[in-house]
Design a protein around this ligand. Structure first.
Ligand code: SF4
Length: 408
């Protein structure tokens, strides 16, 4: 291998995303790109992933990195030593900051005590457990491969392991979900000592089992108003217990925000590896083809890169919407300097109108969603992106704001 040139010291640190596309079963609400794990050769996949990382271009290798996130899919299916080889591959190419956030998404059924210790030894510092619900009937409806008891035990065990941050995901707005037990589930997770909680409102995709069942009338989804009310109560509960609502769907104890996800929301650069992974660096955005067979056939060295054709204005719109997801909102002047007139100026009529409706506030150059604005964020984003002539700009805003269901 040719020696890597030193990265430019002024380059901002990158985030790395390593995609693991395997799952034991497909959950009934999930429409992600993934493949069944049974009978799969994880060694072959990790070898291809390491090869793709090793083939990072000269312009990007040796850049500093301050976050690495293993997502999927279910990365906790990978044996800990294989995760170690992936981290080693990344460390050979990039300069890791001493306090880099190295995170892994995990399913409860994969987390026995010895495995948690092994993950920690491999350098995983942040663990996010896909709990989704602590009600067995809901878990069955969601086709999750674990019970509530397994989820609780995995958190208890993980809390005894020296991860720096421990997070959990919950879904709100499930058919048949009751208010009081759901809030009690949040209390339980906080009592167990999680540092970070992601609350996702259920999104029904027509291609998923849950989406089809709902369409056929076999399940009745929670109404938007009821889901919004539940979300607000959950947010109140979390804030009362010292959690910061730092992004539309995310709450953290002080010092435990997901630094990796913050990169996506604040227009910072990242590189993704594996089929379907996205990258953004040096003014370019691209994605790898979502085709595991082709990826393996090319041993990770021909990931089928697809350039993002989005023009600058569209990217600006996406950066605006993604940034508004954050508690601190966006610096309109900085975004305007980067993306031009697609970003509204402080004082623009649309901002006055949204401010009068109680959906946004302006603080200096910063535009910030109010709490009500956050609850109907997709509608605020669409209003912001309307052109002077009344058309909606081709921003891909829906893609830029996953997890934000329009509520009224
Ligand atoms: S574990 Fe996650 S990625 Fe896998 S099917 Fe379930 S929701 Fe989708």
């Amino acid at each position: 291998m040719t020696p890597a040139p030193a990265g430019t010291p002024s380059d901002p640190p990158l985030g790395l995303y390593l995609h693991v596309p395997y799952c034991t079963v497909r959950c009934s609400y999930c429409d992600f790109f993934l493949v069944p794990a049974r009978g799969r050769g994880f060694e072959e996949y990790c070898g291809a992933l390491a090869a793709e990382i090793g083939a990072t271009s000269d312009t990007l290798r040796a850049r500093s990195v301050d976050t690495l996130h293993l997502g999927g899919g279910t990365p906790s299916l990978l044996p800990a030593p294989l995760l170690g080889t992936l981290l080693d591959a990344a460390r050979r190419v990039f300069r890791f900051a001493p306090e880099a956030e190295i995170g892994l998404e995990a399913n409860p059924e994969d987390l026995e005590a010895a495995r948690l210790a092994a993950l920690c030894e491999q350098g995983i510092r942040r663990l996010t457990i896909g709990v989704q619900s602590l009600d067995d009937r809901s878990l069955k409806m969601l086709r999750r491969p674990h019970t509530a008891r397994q989820a609780l035990r995995s958190i208890e065990l993980a809390r005894k392991t020296p991860f720096r941050s421990l997070g959990a995901d919950l879904i709100l707005g499930l058919p048949g979900q009751d208010r009081a037990p759901t809030l009690a589930q949040i209390d339980t997770l906080l009592d167990l000592g999680v540092d970070h909680l992601s609350l996702y409102l259920l999104e029904l995709h027509p291609r998923t089992r849950l989406g089809r069942e709902t369409e056929l009338g076999r399940l009745r989804p929670m109404g938007d108003d009821e889901a919004a009310g539940l979300y607000e109560e959950a947010a109140d509960r979390l804030e009362a217990r010292g959690f910061e609502h730092y992004e539309i769907s995310n709450f953290a104890r002080r010092g435990h925000r997901s630094r990796h996800n913050v990169k996506y929301w604040s227009d910072q650069e990242y590189l993704g590896f594996g089929p379907s992974a996205h990258s953004y660096a040096g003014g370019r955005r691209w994605m790898n083809r979502a085709d595991l067979s082709a990826y393996l056939a090319g041993r990770g060295l021909d990931p089928g890169v697809i350039e993002d054709p989005q023009p600058r204005a569209g990217r600006g719109s996406e950066a605006l919407c993604a940034g508004l997801r954050m508690l601190e909102g966006v610096d309109l002047e900085a975004l305007r300097a980067r993306y031009g007139r697609v970003i509204p100026e402080v004082g623009a009529p649309v901002l006055t109108e949204l401010g009068d409706l109680g959906l946004v506030t302006i603080a200096g150059p910063r535009l910030i969603l109010t709490r009500r604005g956050r609850l109907i964020s997709n509608e605020v984003f669409l209003r912001l992106l309307e052109r002077q002539d009344g058309e909606v700009s081709d921003s891909g805003a829906g893609d830029a704001v996953p997890g934000s269901r329009a509520l009224s």
